[in-house]
Design a binder for this molecule. Sequence first.
Ligand SMILES: [Zn+2]
Length: 259
Amino acid sequence: MWGFVALLFGVFVWLIFHSQRPSLRVLMYHKVADTNPDFLTVTTVQLRQHLHHLQQAGYQFVSLPDVLCALSNNTGDRINPRAVLLTFDDAYKNNLTHALPVLDEFAVPAVIFVPTAFVGGTNEWDGGTDAIMTGDELKSLVNRGINLAFHSHQHLNYKHASPERAAQDLEANVRVADEMSLPMTPALAYPYGGRPKDPEQRRALYETLERLGIRAAFRIGNRLNPLPLRNVYDLNRIDIRGTDSFATFKRKVKWGKIV
Ligand SMILES: [Zn+2]
């Protein structure tokens, strides 16, 4: 009996410690719509509720350049201990039409990760017909608190790509963004959160990122990033789903994945 009580107490103390520990929380969104939430789509009502909660709970919104700055001095003391970075993958047009007005309401920054092969097209990589922003639309965002960053050229899963194929794709991502004059911030979100399991192949991918001047890369992982930040090419994001309840959202943000 007392052993069980001690165990519960221990878990409680650990949870408090874990949620209070100085950390960067990175939230991963995809699509935003008026209705019909699904695992990749939150509604504008949900997004507004999320941002309101984050503000009320005392989290501090930071931008991607803030995070890169903290990485470059490698101490983490220039980043708020309750920092939250909002990220949106794939550059859907609904980010412009539906997310941006809500972000503006709360005056919070965000980053959009762009798969350059699909700019002005649709999410063909998963057979979808959702519009991806055009180059001009993407450029129009950068004076409005949005940073653009890399999401591979072909939305390739680097977990299954050879180091050569991944390097070609990343080079195309950087080159095509440059040709379109997109003002990119040098960071990457791995499509599907995928990077090679094999240590040699992973090292080769990291070397390519370094060579291309990409200074941070985000996986999924559903964990918080304790400060100071380490493993700059392996930063965790929390997967935010429109199918989650508000209680689940709050729990994920506070603790990430517990086990
Ligand atoms: Zn993606």
